[in-house]
Unconditional design. Structure first.
Length: 308
């Protein structure tokens, strides 16, 4: 992919937008933060991976790296070490935003710990062979989304304006191939819908956004190990970010509150493409292989590559 292709995209201007993107050390969160930077936004980049404290699972990327690149793109990147499973960390973030800006325009709930320790037990093992820690990783990710949103929403209500985006993935009634994964991914969508219902009189929108199959650092590691890549349908994390930039700039975004949207559909509607110029459609699971099994195979490739 041409990493300089983002320069050909002409994003709407978000220079007055203050955003929080959770879990933005790498992956989808990083792509979202960078796209917002290209639009001129001020972006609080949160996550557990920092240069000082180290990186989760030793994967590339820290909040410091992402924040610097946001600034290099033309926005203002602010790195915040934050474990969103901690109410103290979330409260500290809310207090900092209140002190530094007094308001918030955009919250992207992307943080997700459910893929961690994937090499320890097969990710797609049936529920009776799954350890409780895997359930708890998924459960903690949903709790984190609830808690940080609960604490940051008042900053939007005060100005009667804002957008909350939950990053998730489901495919209708299709089982994702792992009980906890399926339940908490579905619950994330439901939580965004619940936020929207409670906010209906506050002029703050809440919606779910589904990426396609994203070429994150984890997928990138498998891609390199395989030589050819696990799928030809992957898109960059910034494809998701571009969708959020256009949503944040849309004066009619309240009409979408409570809905589940897909990156591919928004690309067609708003007329943007990925950084390589492709406009990939909404991702749908095809064939008999579940999403959990696809992730398990990627994790196995990454684990083998790391020990070879």
């Amino acid at each position: 992919m041409n990493q300089d292709a983002h320069e050909e995209w002409q994003p709407p201007l978000l220079d007055k937008t203050v955003a929080v993107v959770t879990g933005a050390s790498r992956g989808v969160g990083r792509g979202i933060a960078l796209a917002l930077g290209s639009a001129g936004a001020t972006v609080y980049v949160t996550g557990r991976s920092t240069r000082a404290a180290g990186r989760t699972e030793d994967l590339p990327g820290t909040v410091d790296d992402t924040a610097e690149e946001v600034t290099a793109r033309g926005g203002t990147g602010i790195a915040v070490r934050c474990d969103h499973r901690s109410s103290n960390d979330n409260q500290a973030l809310a207090d900092r935003l209140a002190a530094e800006h007094g308001s918030l325009d955009l919250l992207v709930n992307n943080a997700w710990a459910g893929y961690e320790r994937s090499a320890d037990v097969r990710f797609d093992a049936p529920y009776w062979k799954q350890p409780m820690w895997r359930y708890e990783l998924c459960e903690g990710s949903l709790r984190a989304q609830y808690d940080v949103t609960r604490l940051l929403t008042p900053l939007m209500i005060e100005q009667q304006r804002g957008l909350i985006v939950g990053i998730g993935f489901t495919d209708g009634d299709t089982y994702l191939g792992q009980a906890a994964y399926d339940v908490f991914k579905s619950a994330s969508d439901r939580l965004s819908k619940a936020f929207a219902a409670d906010l209906r009189k506050q002029r703050v929108a809440s919606l779910s956004l589904h990426p396609g199959f994203v070429r994150t650092e984890r997928v990138e590691a498998a891609w390199e190990a395989l030589g050819d890549g696990p799928a030809a349908v992957v898109h960059s994390p910034e494809y998701v970010g571009r969708a959020i930039v256009h949503l944040a700039a849309d004066p009619q975004v309240l009409d979408r509150s409570g809905k589940v949207l897909s990156t591919g559909d928004l690309a067609e509607e708003y007329g943007f493409s990925d950084i390589d110029g492709r406009q990939l459609p909404a991702f749908r699971l095809e064939g008999r292989m579940s999403l959990a099994t696809r992730m398990d195979r990627l994790n196995q490739v990454v684990a083998r590559a790391g020990t070879s």
